[in-house]
Design a protein. Structure first.
Length: 737
């Protein structure tokens, strides 16, 4: 929108009401030039009383706070004149300067106060109570603040969020503005995190040539990072160069010069893998090599002295639990007694849980301290419930935190401070990507036993690699495949249907009994209508299943039967607006008390407390599901109950949440629900495949209702394609390289 189409407001900041330091969102009060007063909201990073602002935007009305001016962009001027400078300094915007020190500075230096702060700290030391050391600190802080502000304003002019300025300054210090002007592509680095498109637009606007090697190198890194998000640990060099050439409109031959720059700097590693020349991001190369070496070493180790009679352990367990172990389950215990690395894989109903409980009893008999973990909170809770033991998420077990220096996840438990356990059992291992597996292996001691448990036919991890599948396919690890469906599960059509799908056979959709039902709906709109009816009325009334025990799954986010549309309809049906339900709007979505929500990215800074306040900590992780339990409109904050952990958010953090009455199948990995309603409708071809349908069906514990088109079920069942993932783990483990 052109400036002349926007309204304009000018004035001096009188006070700052609210600031979100992460995204620069600010609420301030403005004394306008025409003698009026206004509340201005928008991205106005590091605003402070006393400065002058010209803002372009529109007047809006907030449901709680009334009339506001929503600023789309601003021009700002540092305060001038002693009074305005005092207002600015006394506001606390400069750390170490409060009202008293501000009065001393302005009283002594007047209109020249900013010049003295920036360039002449020795003059500050002449003030009462200000030592030379403090004067230097105040000057350094002022320069940092003004440098950060200039950086934020420079990026804001290009439409970039303040968080990138914070990361730039944290990484490059006072040189950050010069650095980004010289090389805008540092914005798209891992540490800074802007998109390549944003960095490229800024670079081209600043005169960077289309075939500049710097631009080509940045595009190569973008392609590798983008494809790692799609599950690839590397790209073949020919595919990488072709994709990069297409992305930025240069010839493939020109890409070679940019690749040489990255190879020389060590940011990219190139080496043969199988019959291709592979290009890796350095950290993924290091992770893959490390994982392959550690797992190969562990797989090769056999204990000469088992220290326990396995047969007696089995007899004792059979007597205590009144069961009879199948031959494959006995093989599991024998393998766990002999080998440092054991893999247990199998579909639903094949006894994975019984096998894990038996392995835990075996390790107890051997005197081993055993820890249990899974990739998500839901999976960890289920593992703990099924085994009667304490289980943790992998991130919590390894004491994950966020490093401001690298803007990445770090783990306190590592090779310098390892987990104190003799054995580790990891469940839902199909969800574990290469980087997380590296972190796990770095945190366990050289003698620690490792048991990997999962279903290799489910969807692979969201992150790079297909670790669980590759470990099995390498043939190196001792692997027990559980294939026998136990008698107590043979009557479950969910279990039988899942195995039929896994074998490429379309299950009988006409039977409608034993917990497995199909409702034919030919189009997405009618399927969505039926899904809402099932959750709101039919399943609670006819099957005794409460709405909170039902999870709607769908292959896609888009369309009438995608998560976005379904969540809107389900919110209206299951949690409609009411006078006693506070709500707020964030990014076009309405959140209200009672909403079911899912955390969609790791946030290590969110404070949580247990309901009884006996425990507290920081961190909510991707995939955690809870309910909004309270909203404080005045404080613009809300609380989410994650299974009795009360997590506190400010309203702007709602961008980290999705409504979760309906989720994609990918997001449901590792979870199990009493009842699943699955939308089986036509979707993008890349989502219509067997392992996705299989994963969806296996999320249901007691009741599965598929709503949609038989043809969609048939297409997914018969499509056995597995998206190819470029990874060298299997080859490295098998060949010993």
């Amino acid at each position: 929108m052109r400036e002349q189409e926007l309204e304009k407001i000018e004035g001096q900041v009188s006070s700052v009401v609210y600031v979100n330091a992460d995204n620069g969102y600010t609420v301030l009060r403005l004394d306008t030039d025409d003698g009026d007063h206004a509340v201005v909201v928008g991205c106005i990073p590091m605003a402070a009383p006393g400065e002058s602002i010209t803002a372009w935007g529109n007047w809006t009305r907030h449901p709680t706070h009334g009339e506001q001016f929503k600023a789309l962009h601003t021009e700002r001027t540092m305060p001038s004149g002693a009074a305005a400078i005092y207002d600015y300094l006394s506001s606390g915007v400069i750390k170490g300067i409060g009202p008293a020190t501000a009065a001393l500075i302005v009283g002594k230096f007047g209109d020249a106060a900013f010049d003295v702060l920036r360039d002449q700290p020795e003059k500050l030391a002449t003030l009462r109570g200000v030592s030379r050391k403090k004067a230097e600190e105040l000057s350094a802080t002022f320069r940092r603040q003004t440098g950060m502000r200039a950086l934020m304003e420079y990026l804001a002019g290009a439409g970039l969020a303040p968080i990138f300025a914070l990361r730039l300054y944290r990484t490059y210090g006072d040189d950050a503005l010069d650095m980004v002007r010289d090389n805008p592509y540092i914005l798209s680095s891992v540490q800074i995190g802007a998109t390549f498109a944003d960095a490229d637009a800024l670079a081209l606007a600043n005169g960077v040539e289309a075939d500049d090697p710097q631009r080509i190198a940045a595009a190569l890194l973008f392609e590798l990072r983008h494809n790692s998000d799609n599950g690839h640990c590397f790209l073949p060099v020919d595919k990488l160069t072709a994709a990069t050439a297409q992305l930025i409109g240069v010839e493939a031959e020109q890409v070679g010069e940019g690749l040489d720059i990255l190879l020389d700097s060590g940011e990219v590693i190139q080496e043969p893998v199988g019959n291709v020349t592979a290009c890796y991001l350095a950290h993924l190369y290091a992770a893959e090599v490390y994982v392959a070496r550690r797992l190969r070493e562990m797989a090769s180790y056999t204990y000469a002295d088992q220290r326990v009679n396995v047969a007696r352990v089995i007899e004792k367990l059979e007597a205590e639990e009144g069961i009879r172990f199948a031959p494959q389950q006995r093989d599991t215990l024998d393998a766990a007694a002999r080998k440092q690395l054991v893999v247990i894989t199998g579909g639903p109903g094949t006894g994975k849980t019984t096998s894990v409980r038996a392995v835990l009893a075996l390790f107890d008999a051997m005197g081993l301290e055993t820890m249990l973990a899974a990739p998500t909170g839901q999976a960890a809770k289920r593992l703990g419930d099924l085994t009667g033991r304490e289980a943790s998420t992998i991130h919590r077990l390894l004491e994950a935190s966020f490093s401001p220096e690298t803007d990445s996840t770090v783990f306190r438990k590592n090779e310098s401070d390892r987990l104190k356990c003799g054995a580790l059992v990891l469940d839902e291992c199909s969800m574990v990507d290469m980087s997380l597996m590296k972190a796990v292996l770095a945190a366990i001691g050289p003698a620690c036993r490792l048991v990997l448990v999962g279903d290799a036919d489910q969807l692979p991890s969201v992150g790079p690699g297909a670790v669980f599948r590759d470990v099995i396919r390498s043939g190196v690890a001792e692997t027990v495949r559980l294939t026998e469906i136990f008698r107590q599960k043979q009557g479950s059509r969910i279990v039988l249907g899942a195995h039929q799908i896994d074998q490429g056979t379309v299950p009988d959709l006409r039977a409608n009994k034993d917990g497995f039902f199909f409702l034919r709906r030919r189009d997405a709109d009618s399927a969505a209508e039926t899904i809402v009816s099932l959750c709101q009325e039919r399943l609670p009334r006819n099957m005794g299943v409460a709405p909170g025990e039902i999870q709607v799954l769908t292959p896609t986010r888009k369309g009438a039967a995608g998560t976005e549309a379904l969540n809107q309809r389900l919110q209206q049906a299951l949690n409609p607006p009411a006078a006693n339900k506070p709500e707020f709007v964030c990014a076009g979505r309405t959140f209200r008390v009672g909403d079911r929500v899912m955390q969609i990215r790791n946030d290590y800074d969110i404070l949580w407390r247990t309901a009884d306040a006996a425990e507290s900590g920081y961190g909510v992780f991707n995939g955690d599901i809870g309910y909004i339990s309270s909203i404080d409109p005045a404080a613009e904050s809300f609380t989410v109950d994650f299974d009795s952990r009360q997590a506190e958010y400010v309203s702007e953090q709602a961008v980290e949440l999705d409504h979760a009455w309906a989720t994609t199948v990918h997001k449901a990995q590792g979870s199990e629900y009493r009842a699943v309603v699955l939308a089986a409708v036509r979707a993008a071809p890349q989502l219509m495949y067997r392992s996705l349908l299989y994963t969806a069906v296996t999320r249901a514990a007691e009741l599965l209702v598929i709503v949609g088109d038989e043809e969609a079920v048939r297409v997914m069942t018969e499509n056995a394609r597995r998206a190819k993932r470029y990874s060298g783990l299997r080859i490295r483990m098998a060949d010993g390289d």
